[in-house]
Design a protein around this ligand. Structure first.
Ligand code: SF4
Length: 456
């Protein structure tokens, strides 16, 4: 409705949700509301903040509700949250707070949250003895203020806001949040062992910025076009010598702690600053070793290094869901639209993959998920397949896709591993087909790009 009208400059109006300090005077003019607020009482502070006392299911639940508002179309959108000081005490508390904030922004279009880290008892005491709390600052709505200088109704409203704890903090004592616990947890994560088969620097298509990519061994799929057959088996294996290449062992055992130390050095070397680059977990299927992937992602995340992942999507959600809060970006493969094509190309029918895609988009937010479309002529490059793919990824909430055109099969590697590869005759996707596919996905409202090139 707002967009239909124009202002005196002839421009459209933009809807805006602003509370700032108006929640008190507006409340005085407002009748009773269904949330239990009586006539004339101060309204909820902020824009998406719940009315005091109505948020009874914890801070994550509050933010899930607040995140339902589409902030891309409306200005303003402030959210205020009150936390007890023990909830954020120590490095464990800080990490929980970071996790809360990143979950909120990853899973929604929200862009602003403010915290009051205060103890309600202290605020009540400040009302009684303002002379002792001259420097006590609280976040009111869109601004901060000295608590003792606020009017009594606003003081009462700040006090009435639900005081949240963070899950796992509880009535934490000094001992609960000390670094000893953190050391134990860090040690346990560092000791988790996994198998990798390669590490590469300056990887171009594995995420933003200067990146290093860790390739984890093992994959549940058997894609007919797989050019890394040495990635498929979980076990360490031998590749035979040929005229052009020496024999080599594929795979090495490594602990998450060793891996993370190595990556910190690489990223620091490549960028001069460990936080400026990033690490991508690839494979194989990196989530085929969920505990190792979780340990590496968690430790890198704690070190301030952004972690991306490239996944086939073929895994059990409950075994991997704890990894996603530590990721900044997910490249999620979709290899076909029809179940029969998926099965023919990869060995699985893709149903579990598409269900997992919807879950990943909902926890990461669509801006942090890119669907990769490995595209192979004669397998999955028809418009029929593209229609099915578009319908399914759009229904999963995806906004960005990238086409990865087929390139030469690693035939020689299959031979060196003592395996047969199905020869893919003329599987390079014609340029005209690629153009058609890009135009089609774009016409469906998806942001679409082609990564890599085709020789035709
Ligand atoms: S998902 Fe990737 S690693 Fe696994 S078989 Fe397919 S192409 Fe190879």
């Amino acid at each position: 409705m707002v967009r239909k009208g124009t202002n005196f400059l002839g421009e459209h109006y933009d809807p805006s949700m602003l509370a700032i300090s108006t929640h008190a005077p507006f409340g005085r003019a407002c009748l009773a509301t269904p949330d239990g607020r009586t006539c004339g009482q101060t309204l909820a502070d902020g824009v998406t903040s719940p009315y005091p006392g109505t948020d009874v299911s914890g801070p994550f639940s509050v933010l899930l509700s607040a995140g339902k508002v589409d902030h891309t179309r409306i200005r303003g959108g402030l959210h205020n949250m009150k936390l007890h000081p023990t909830a954020v005490k120590g490095s464990r508390g800080s990490r929980k707070l970071l996790s809360l904030i990143s979950s909120y922004f990853r899973s929604s279009s929200s862009f602003q949250i403010q915290f009051n880290i205060v103890d309600t008892k202290m605020l009540r005491d400040a009302q009684l003895h303002p002379e002792n709390y001259r420097d006590l600052i609280v976040r009111v709505a869109g601004f901060s203020a000295y608590f003792v200088e606020l009017s009594k109704p606003i003081q009462d409203e700040v006090i009435a806001r639900t005081e949240h704890d963070l899950p796992g903090s509880g009535d934490s004592t000094e001992d609960d949040v000390n670094d000893g616990d953190d050391d134990d947890e860090h040690g346990a994560l560092s000791a988790v062992q996994g198998t990798i088969f390669d590490v590469q620097d300056f990887t171009l298509h594995d995420g933003p910025g200067v990146r290093s990519t860790i390739f984890l061994k093992g994959c549940p799929l058997r894609c007919k076009w797989c050019c890394n057959p040495e990635s498929q088996r979980f076990e360490i294996e031998e590749m035979a010598k040929t005229a052009d290449a020496d024999a080599r062992t594929v795979g090495r055992k490594v602990t998450a702690g060793e891996m993370v130390n190595e990556m910190r050095e690489r990223v620091r070397f490549l960028t001069g600053d460990a936080s400026a680059g990033g690490v991508t977990l690839s494979g194989g299927e990196p989530l085929g070793q969920p505990e190792f992937a979780h340990a590496v992602a968690t430790l890198l995340d704690r070190a301030g290094i952004p972690v991306a992942i490239e996944t086939s999507g073929q895994w059990v959600w409950d075994r991997v869901s704890h990894i996603f809060p530590h990721l900044s970006l997910v490249y999620f493969d979709v290899k076909a639209g029809k179940a029969a094509t998926y099965k023919n190309c990869t060995g699985v029918d893709g149903r579990q993959i598409m269900a997992n895609l919807a879950r990943v988009v909902s926890v990461m937010g669509p801006q942090h998920v890119v669907v990769s479309l490995p595209t192979v002529h004669g397998f999955n490059d028809s418009m029929e397949e593209a229609s099915e793919i578009a319908a399914q990824v759009i229904s999963a909430g995806v906004r960005r896709v990238r086409i990865l055109p087929f390139h030469a099969l690693g035939d020689a590697k299959y031979t060196r591993l003592g395996r047969d590869a199905e020869r893919l005759a003329d599987a390079v996707v014609p340029k005209a087909t690629l153009d058609e596919l890009v135009a089609f996905y774009t016409s469906k409202g998806l942001e679409c790009s082609v990564v890599g090139s085709t020789s035709k």
